[in-house]
Design a protein around this ligand. Sequence first.
Ligand code: HEC
Ligand code: HEC
Length: 131
Amino acid sequence: MKKIFILGMMLLVSAFALTAIAAQPPVPADGIKMERTKKPVVFNHSTHTTAGCAACHHPVDGVENYGACATAGCHDILGTKDKSINSYYQVTHKAKGTKYDTCVSCHVAAAGDDKDKKKQLAGCAKSACHG
Ligand code: HEC
Ligand code: HEC
């Protein structure tokens, strides 16, 4: 009886593990072009492995979500002048006070007191992002 119970528990646990794996899509190849705004950025997953997927692919209404940032109904306001908190420009650039990390907020933190690194990671022209 005990053995059957343990076997049942093991099956249950592996079923959960499988759903968890199935929910996470494969990581796309490097070189994703984010070119919805005037200054395109090439994004590489391989240089962003320290944070979990959800640091960027945050849940939507409590549900895991891997959609592109500018999916309709998400960050689909593309004008750089738009200052609403969910606009594409803000969720990529706002340095402070956002619910989730933005590209720039995390890059500022990653650069710390290193001025050159800050220029490289959080600058505009001649940065790692905008060339
Ligand atoms: C540092 C931020 C960041 C992290 C961490 C990250 N991603 Fe991404 N991911 C992106 C960006 C940016 C895109 C491009 C989105 C766009 O085109 O709007 C993307 C695109 C994707 C896409 C394609 C989405 C689409 O429909 O175009 C998938 C799938 C994906 N990532 C999976 C993952 C998985 C799995 C992990 C964790 C192992 C992960 N990502 C970690 C930022 C990140
Ligand atoms: C959770 C933190 C985090 C977030 C969010 C994040 N980054 Fe980064 N990014 C890093 C770190 C750390 C590095 C590497 C810094 C180093 O050691 O030089 C990096 C490096 C880069 C580089 C230079 C390396 C390369 O792959 O060419 C680019 C470009 C870049 N990030 C783009 C982006 C973009 C675009 C976004 C938003 C869509 C983003 N990052 C969001 C942490 C982050």
